[in-house]
Ligand binder design. Structure first.
Ligand code: PAN
Ligand code: ZN
Length: 192
């Protein structure tokens, strides 16, 4: 017997704006939400003394039925830098170690950074149209190294859970910084 929430639902994605309608939840992540993530605390504090710039928006739509819990998340990552470090998502690892995710870059360019708890690191180059599979047990972060908005669509199970602690504590092994106008990987001092 179908329950009330067991019926199909569609939303309409707009490629020009990188938004969809109807949206259920929208979350804004500003610099103050990412204080621990960028490598230079002096630059972060100098900016925060005057303003709290928006880094990205997450548009969510949970699809919960009586037997399933898929989520659609669209992230709009603004172009820009904090000092020499490109705008990026906080990054997290899924609480459940059997939970993968699909990311689909529908606009812009940059990198998907992936890292295990043991410190294995991968960087996937992204251009518009790249689809990446994030296996379970890999922390994930997206960096916008372009001049345009970067938009990606994510699909995952709500029950995967989001753990930000390993990223807050140690970050990713590598940072993406601007060196003479070129996105360049450098080793993170926080990683030991
Ligand atoms: C995504 C992310 C989203 C924002 O929906 O949650 O891109 O990144 P942070 O959660 O790292 O701030 C996802 O990976 N969900 O599992
Ligand atoms: Zn995730």
């Amino acid at each position: 017997m179908l329950q009330e929430n067991d019926y199909p639902i569609s939303v309409q994605f707009d490629f020009a704006s990188g938004t969809f309608d109807p949206v259920q939840i929208r979350d804004d992540r500003k610099l103050s939400d990412l204080q621990m993530m960028f490598h230079d605390p002096i630059i972060v504090n100098n900016i925060l003394a005057n303003a709290d710039p928006l880094i990205y928006e997450i548009w969510y739509h949970p699809f919960q039925t009586s037997r399933s819990d898929m989520a659609l998340g669209v992230t709009r990552l603004l172009p820009g830098k904090i000092g020499d470090e490109y705008h990026m998502t906080k990054g997290h690892i899924h609480e459940r170690d059997d939970q993968p995710e699909i990311y689909f870059c529908v606009r812009g360019e940059g990198y998907l950074l992936l890292q295990t708890i043991d410190g294995e690191f991968r960087a996937e180059r992204w251009t518009t149209g790249t689809i990446s599979h994030i296996p379970p047990m890999w922390a994930h972060r997206v960096v916008n190294t372009g001049d345009d908005l970067l938009v990606f669509v994510a699909s995952y199970h709500l029950s995967a859970g989001h753990d930000y602690r390993p990223i807050i504590e140690k970050g990713f092994r590598k940072l993406l910084v601007d060196r003479d106008g070129q996105p360049t990987f450098v080793e993170s001092q926080r990683w030991t």
